[in-house]
Design a protein around this ligand. Structure first.
Ligand code: KIV
Length: 286
């Protein structure tokens, strides 16, 4: 199967970014450590990618799409095929941001070789620049193996949602000194193995600060600290698509409310025959 990485401008409903920009690179992301904070959001579809891309340094095709797009109970059931389909759409909808794609649960943990096979397939299918995988010290050899073979890896430590069955929930991590020390060791191991950036999710703030101060790559926080080198959120959360959001999310809009209001008006217009109006119907040629 071959993938198309560029949008068909003749059939796309949206105008592509007017002046296609030079895409940011992995070395540029690395160099951002300690400078202006990196902006990252999740994107799963071409249209969302088009809207977010000019404002973001990184777009993450997160396996959170399992819950957000598919209504699954966790990220555990997400497959490589699902990630590939959404990843290719996000690459088609973006010109500027580095696109990072999550490796789904079960596609990389067994061995570095298995991880390489899955990651190489994902990058071929999507045109994304890098993969993200969850885990700490145990994943160090895999991060190194991929990096040495040309696959940039973003690490992910702290609350690692793919491990929800082992962790027992999505609560913040690192509340005991032992757990905090383990997360710091995990982050360092992944960074030392060559990760180009490190997501630090759902940890007590001092862990995020310590990791940011001690690892060479940029840290990207989510439920972590404003002192990280960047921040990431699930776009649907920060846009207010859901009534319930986690504590660490700031809602920058109320899209759920606005969509409901628009659809209520549409339904009323259909029922009263106010829609379609004369502007929306075709007249015969004279
Ligand atoms: O899957 C995802 O969306 C993520 C981010 C929230 C970091 O891993």
């Amino acid at each position: 199967m071959s993938a198309t990485y560029t949008i068909d401008t003749a059939t796309s409903r949206a105008n592509p970014t007017p002046a296609p920009m030079k895409r940011l690179t992995i070395p540029a992301i690395r160099r951002a450590k300690g400078k202006t904070p990196l902006v990252m959001l999740t994107a799963y579809t071409v249209r969302t990618a088009q809207l977010l891309d000019p404002h973001c340094d990184l777009l993450l095709v997160g396996d959170s799409l399992g819950q957000v797009v598919y209504g699954l109970p966790s990220t555990v059931p997400v497959t490589l095929d699902m990630m590939a389909a959404h990843g290719a759409a996000v690459v088609r909808g973006s010109y500027h941001a580095v696109v990072v794609i999550d490796m789904p649960f079960g596609s990389y943990e067994a061995s570095p070789e298995k991880a390489f096979e899955s990651a190489a397939w994902l990058l071929k299918q999507t045109g994304a620049a890098a993969v993200k995988l969850e885990g700490g010290t145990a994943m160090g050899p895999t991060v190194k193996f991929l990096g040495e073979r040309g696959i940039p890896v973003m690490g992910h430590v702290g609350l690692t949602p793919q491990a929800v069955n082992a962790l027992g929930g999505y609560g913040a991590r690192g509340r005991t000194p032992e757990e905090a020390a383990k997360i710091v060791a995990d982050g360092r191991a992944v960074a030392e193995a060559g990760a180009f950036a490190l997501v630090v999710e759902g940890v007590v703030e001092p862990i995020a600060v310590e990791l940011t101060q001690t690892v060479a790559c940029p840290t990207i926080g989510i439920g972590a600290s404003a002192r990280c080198d960047g921040q990431v959120l699930v776009a649907e959360d920060m846009l207010g698509m859901f009534e319930r959001t986690p504590r660490f999310v700031k809602r920058f809009d109320d899209l759920a409310g606005r969509i409901s209001a628009a659809v209520e008006t549409y339904a009323a217009d259909v029922r009263s025959r106010a829609f379609p109006g004369s502007d929306q119907v075709y007249a015969p040629r004279d």
